[in-house]
Design a protein around this ligand. Structure first.
Ligand SMILES: *Cc1c(COP(=O)(O)O)cnc(C)c1O
Length: 411
């Protein structure tokens, strides 16, 4: 080896933190973090001093704002993203014996919502380049019992919606888009939330905007909206147009459908409204960080950069490294642990849903979705959130370089 090459290598090989070297970050940073400023705190305290902690005017105001942002006719705010998926499946009339097709590379809730309604989740494989559910694989999984598709905009990139919509139209299936990762993303120039029959959002603190906990279902269909709004609150209505009987008096309400208590509080709705004002700012910063990461990681032979489809103008929620394991002397676990030792908080999104013991007991077996299973072995999520400074981004990149160079077969 040339002398300067050796020096360069010695510099990178400076002992990994795992083996007692100095970590790249002095203090652990998380893979995601909410951003709350004074205006958010003020919005919440205003509600706290007011008359309504729940069932006040805050929900409708926030729903209106969401509709404007997303360009959809109706929004129904609920207590969390899982409740939103449950409501969407209920509104789609999923019941015993119905099959709903979804991806295994998602949070368990995207499939659990089908179980809540007595339906059967059927897993279609992913596209190995975009990591989103493959339209072709969806079509292969359709049977006479298929009733809906839950397409997840994984990492924030819109699913292959044109192709999936075509399939849904062809087989008369309802398209539910799980947009827990994708608020702010546009598909063919249209904001996510106005494309599918129903789109659900999550406002958990790791997501792009937060309400502490929270969720929403967006739709353009009046019929679905009616089912959703009833489902949110006990199936009860005070709207006399919807009632079977003439109201007996001012106290009168009717339960005309099936429902839960999935209400969002006015406290959460106020926080969400304030956070939505920052969506553009959040989106811009996330895009900058992703661009910088992509640039840096494209140069590294040990990493595959996630592919973006042209139709998706993505606000990324998660940044995933796909490791080229054949270029490395160790597996994903060792890389994950080495990055954690550098104080880079990591995660893995996601363990294929049907790997879980609960799903195994329901009879699902490994091997159903080979692309998803292969990808799972190779994934590590690295930090991406609004509050990251440029310096943090560069430090994450140098930590990844340090670790992968150390474990590279290229030596
Ligand atoms: C977070 C998430 C959910 C669930 O949202 P909660 O608000 O946590 O209930 C559903 N699907 C996906 C893909 C998610 O990431």
């Amino acid at each position: 080896m040339q002398k300067n090459k050796v020096l360069e290598r010695d510099a990178v090989m400076e002992k990994l933190a795992l083996f007692g070297g100095k970590p790249v970050f002095d203090k652990k940073i998380g893979y995601g973090h909410q951003y709350i400023d004074e205006s958010d705190i003020q919005a919440v305290t205003e509600v706290m001093r007011g008359d309504y902690l729940t069932c006040g005017p805050g929900l409708e105001e926030t729903e209106k704002k969401l509709c404007e942002l997303v360009g959809s006719k109706y929004a129904v705010l609920v207590s969390n993203g899982t409740a939103a998926l449950h409501a969407a499946c209920y509104a789609a009339d999923i019941s015993e014996g119905d099959e709903v097709i979804t991806t295994p590379i998602t949070f368990a809730a995207s499939a659990n919502c089908v179980l809540y309604c007595g339906g059967k989740p059927v897993f279609a494989d992913i596209d190995s380049d975009t990591y989103n559910i493959s339209a072709e694989s969806i079509e292969k999984k359709i049977t006479s019992r298929t009733k809906a598709v839950v397409a997840v905009d994984f990492t924030g990139q819109a699913a292959d919606l044109d192709a999936i919509k075509d399939i849904c139209d062809k087989y008369s299936l309802i398209l539910i888009e799980d947009g827990a990762h994708s608020i702010g993303t546009k598909y063919n120039g249209m904001p996510v939330g106005a494309v599918a029959d129903m789109t659900t959002f999550s406002f958990h603190p790791v997501k792009t905007v937060t309400a502490g906990e929270g969720g929403a279902i967006m739709t353009n269909s009046e019929a679905l909206y009616k089912r959703l709004i009833l489902f949110r609150a006990h199936g009860i209505t005070r709207n006399r147009i919807w009632m079977d009987n003439v109201p007996e008096g001012g106290w009168y309400y009717e339960q005309i459908g099936f429902g839960m208590n999935y209400r969002m509080t006015d406290i959460q709705a106020a926080l969400l409204r304030s956070q939505l004002d920052k969506l553009d700012m959040f989106a811009k910063r996330r895009k900058e960080i992703v661009k910088r990461y992509d640039e840096a990681f494209k140069e590294m032979p040990e990493i595959v950069v996630q592919k973006e489809i042209a139709q998706s103008d993505t606000v990324r929620h998660l940044y995933l490294l796909q490791l080229k394991l054949e270029m490395l002397t160790v597996g994903r676990k060792e890389i994950y642990e080495a990055l954690e030792a550098e104080n880079v908080g990591c995660n893995v999104h996601y363990i294929p849903v049907y790997y879980f013991p609960y799903y195994q007991r329901l009879g699902y077996r490994k091997g159903i979705c080979p692309n998803a299973e292969r990808l799972y072995e190779r994934l590590i999520t690295i930090p991406l959130y609004y509050g990251m400074q440029d310096e943090d981004v560069e430090k994450v990149i140098s930590a990844v370089k340090k670790v992968l160079t150390y474990y590279s077969k290229k030596g």
